[in-house]
Design a protein around this ligand. Structure first.
Ligand SMILES: [Zn+2]
Length: 88
């Protein structure tokens, strides 16, 4: 009986240890990298390629881009454009 309890404990801690490793690295690893890397590297903004668009945006899903009649593209060159008042 004691042996069975010991085996159960070993199995329990083995499974618990594995779960901690996989969930810890999976949840904490990737979102932190996504948040930190764009801030350190060249900033990418989003612009509408329509003729009437004069602003650049921090987010591709900014509501200021909802009226864009053409394509929304990521770019690092925002010369001649103004900051969007909504997402900046
Ligand atoms: Zn915006």
């Amino acid at each position: 009986m004691k042996k069975a309890v010991l085996i159960l404990f070993v199995i329990f801690f083995t499974i618990a240890g594995c779960r901690k490793e996989t969930s810890g690295s999976g949840n904490n690893g990737s979102p932190a990298n996504e948040n930190s890397s764009p801030a350190n590297e060249t900033k990418i903004y989003y612009i509408c390629t329509g003729n009437s668009a004069t602003k650049y945006h921090r987010k591709s899903d900014c509501i200021g881009l909802n009226n864009c009649s053409k394509d929304i593209i990521p770019t690092t060159d925002v010369s001649g454009r103004e900051k969007c008042n909504i997402c900046f």
